[in-house]
Design a protein around this ligand. Structure first.
Ligand SMILES: Cc1ncc(COP(=O)(O)O)c(C=O)c1O
Length: 487
């Protein structure tokens, strides 16, 4: 039974209870100040840190992380990467066994794990999506998918959405459409067009039936059953790109995250993606689903996010959750499309490494054996319904959205205008949550969205705690605001 009442117990008492639940692991590393010094001196200055006093995390277990002093509930999973839980025993065992046997050969030789894993992984994909190229990260996967699409179609132009994040390599940085994530490099946008984002909350059009989510926006909507006027309008904008900006009938591909991740867990208006895929194919292009964040059961209802859009893409890219934190990624497509790579030599030293394949196989097993997709649906829906109530209670929560354990909570300065909460105010709430022992991600162009994407082993008890903490921190923030305005 779904309990929709957010937990009203004071988080202070819950917090003490949580800390008592964990055997506290001793930290044996360098002192905090020394680590800070080394970070400043030896890492490039672009390496950002979450929180005013960055955390020094030295151990993880399930959905828990530990620093020198206390435990945290990890609701961000190493940026949506720890899929089955920190240091999962079965994944650890598979890795340990493999590292006693064989570390590395490259794929110039056959080693059994590479082939077993490829066979197992493609059973999870529909249709002709049966050929795998293993790489090491999401950016690499998307780089390769861009190249394959251009080679296969003979066309150059690729469409992605505004507010998309597809990587930070020079090639994928062009697809990524946030000014904050783009360097002023010549040629960044060569052959890339950014379509208007069909975002029913912050976009021009949107109403309260647009989303495939247990929670809708509070915007007005007069659509009849089965219709989505907002989706039609956004789709017309995409058609305009084909009419005005592309060579007639020629496009290489369209990329879409099934749910935008870095952009703040943004879901598209209903039906848009299916129509977009048809339009792209009618113009000679391929439809590419970036499942780097939304794959491997995270969205609950489906194993892959694209299934929620009722499409079978031409190419699927994946990384992050595929390895539960082990650096790996993959591009999966049909044999016919993959054949284009035979035109030249193409090689990746570490892709399909035996250690990575052993980890990948164990991750697939754990997702199935421990019914993590089902847990994502159950705990995710529970969280979403609880968060919906918090949105109705607190002025600072403008929107709650997502599916399964891919959730966004948008914080606003004004609920009516949907004006985003400015950074110092957002940080106030976010830091308070951390101090209460819960780690959330941060996202969206204006960095005002709490990103909730924990390891898929989180429980309803964890969800209750996270809800109680958000409730408490929003309440404290609102009280502080009131005190400030009456001074
Ligand atoms: C949807 C999506 N695609 C691609 C990437 C790039 O992956 P990586 O950081 O492994 O290169 C990311 C990273 O956050 C992502 O969220």
């Amino acid at each position: 039974m779904l309990t929709t009442q957010p937990n009203t117990q004071r988080p202070e008492s819950l917090k003490q209870h949580r800390q008592q639940q964990h055997d506290f692991p001793a930290y044996k590393g360098q002192c905090y100040e020394e680590v800070v010094r080394l970070r400043k001196q030896f890492l490039t200055p672009n390496v950002t840190s979450y929180y005013k006093k960055p955390l020094l995390i030295h151990k993880g277990s399930g959905a828990q992380l530990f620093d020198q002093e206390k435990s945290y509930l990890d609701m961000f999973g190493g940026i949506v990467t720890v899929s089955v839980g920190h240091c999962h025993p079965k994944v650890n065992a598979a890795l340990e066994e493999q590292l006693r046997t064989l570390w590395h050969t490259t794929n110039i030789y056959m080693h059994p794990k590479l082939h077993e894993y490829a066979e197992k992984l493609v059973t999870k994909l529909p249709g002709d999506l049966k050929n795998v190229y293993f790489v090491n990260s999401g950016s690499e996967a998307n780089d390769l998918a861009m190249m394959i699409a251009r080679l296969y179609t003979g066309n150059h132009d690729i469409i992605s959405f505004r507010n998309a994040y597809h990587g930070a390599s020079p090639y994928t940085m062009g697809l990524t459409a946030h000014s904050t994530w783009r360097y002023p490099l010549p040629g960044l946008n060569s052959g890339i067009l950014h379509a208007m984002n069909p975002d029913p909350y912050t976009g021009i059009w949107g109403g309260k039936q647009c989303r495939d989510s247990p929670v809708q926006t509070t915007r007005i909507c007069d659509c009849q059953e089965g219709e989505c006027k907002a989706s039609d309008k956004y789709y017309e904008q995409l058609e305009q790109i084909f009419k005005y900006s592309l060579p007639r009938g020629k496009v290489a591909a369209m990329f879409a995250e099934s749910i935008q991740g870095v952009g703040g867990t943004v879901q598209y208006t209903k039906g848009y993606i299916k129509r977009a895929a048809e339009l792209v194919r009618a113009n000679g292009g391929l439809f590419i689903s970036d499942e780097v964040q939304s794959g491997f059961g995270r969205t609950g209802e489906h194993y892959w996010g694209f299934e929620g859009h009722d499409i079978v893409p031409d190419i699927v890219t994946m990384a992050k959750g595929i390895g539960n934190g082990f650096p790996m990624g993959a591009v999966i497509t049909s044999r016919k499309i993959a054949e284009v790579l035979s035109q030249a030599l193409h090689f990746n030293t570490f892709g399909g490494n035996p250690l990575a394949c052993a980890v990948g196989m164990a991750v697939l097993d754990v997702i199935d054996e421990e019914e993590m997709q089902k847990n994502s649906l159950d705990v995710g829906t529970y969280l979403l319904k609880g968060l919906e109530q918090l949105r109705d209670k607190h002025d600072v929560i403008g929107d709650v959205r997502g599916k399964g354990l891919m959730i966004g909570v948008e914080l606003v300065a004004d609920k009516e205008t949907r004006q985003h909460l400015s950074a110092p105010h957002f940080v106030d709430i976010w830091e308070m949550c951390k101090d209460m022992g819960v780690l959330f991600g941060r996202g969206g162009l204006n960095a005002n969205v709490l990103r909730i994407k924990p390891p898929m082993c989180v429980t309803r008890t964890d969800a209750d705690y996270a809800l109680a903490v958000i409730d408490y921190c929003c309440e404290q923030y609102m009280k502080k605001q009131k005190r400030g305005s009456t001074r």
